[in-house]
Ligand binder design. Sequence first.
Ligand code: GDP
Ligand code: MN
Length: 381
Amino acid sequence: MDLYEYQGKQLFGRFGIPVSEGRQATTPEEARAAAEELGGQVVVKAQVLTGGRGKAGGIKLADDPDDAEEKASQILGLDIRGHVVRTLWVERASEIAKEYYLSITFDRSAKQPLFMFTTQGGIEIEEVAEQDPAALVRLHVDPLEGFQPWHARRLVYGAAVADPGEQQQVAAIVGRLYDAFVGTDAMLCEINPLIVTPEGEVKALDSKFTVDDNALYKHPEIAAMRDLRADDPLEALAREKDVTYVKLDGEVGILGNGAGLVMSTLDVIALVGGRPANFCDLGGGGDAEGVVDALDVILRDEQVRSIFFNIFGGITRCDEVARGILAALERMTIEQPIVVRLDGTNAEEGRRVLADAAPEGLYVEATMLDGARRAVELADG
Ligand code: GDP
Ligand code: MN
């Protein structure tokens, strides 16, 4: 789950990472009131779950409450790469002497958290990594050893932060960021830019914060931060129906049982020249209810031209899934052709059940490859 900047900063604040004081606003009037309360120059910031807001006109300085109201009305409603601005964060403006970058994320191949730090902040970190890789300090933390003060020193000295006051503040922030990362079961905590003010104060001017969905049950206060309006409507519907679904860009709707099998199915569709429309895992169930729910979500995507059911019966029996599919077809009208491949426990019986009923537009294939070919062919046809 991705958090908005202001939510991430709220968590930063809780872990002792310095941030600027600010207020949320959803109307120009609220932005004016926020600026009045904060006093002085403020920055009005679009709250959207995407980066690069600055370049897209989603971040503007305002000199006084009038100006804040004006800037807010310019930013509200803006479409930033498909994300409509509905919420603003108005915070006391900072003077910036330097912009650094600090993040912690998981390095899956190393199976360890990874810190990245550079004094060349403010721009996309990918750019730094490409143009000046030596300037980007990377450091893993052994999760069994946990965070140790030397980690912070290695980052700070590795990036050649010269000022002792800065060294000390950055090192403290590094430790707190690790606490925030572990304490919230985060997958990414990024501060870009981490600024140094002309007075030498170091603080987080932005936040990018992603929390592991699977750990949200431990953090109800973070789970409550989810903005349902910002979710992809299909994925929101899927969550509601307890269907494991991820929307993709293609035309072949995919339904399988087991995440590994579904991922392989996506690959096989690509292999035979098609494009999967989604990832969808039926999980252990294959009853009519589960199939109807999954099909309901998959078919709301107007790009879907054919559907490929790829079922491997283990504990789930293929004949049960076959009956589930038939029951679902009775309950809903589906225009797109459906290809079914059943293998494993009771596959033959499952295929017989489907062959006996022989509903229109349903094709049974014996292998995953044949099924994928057929589904792609039908999507193209
Ligand atoms: P992003 O573009 O989505 O990454 O949004 P950021 O919060 O990182 O802001 C982008 C840029 O706006 C920063 O790198 C700063 O240059 C500028 N900015 C943001 N807040 C302030 C502020 O309080 N004062 C000043 N002077 N500039 C700011
Ligand atoms: Mn930023």
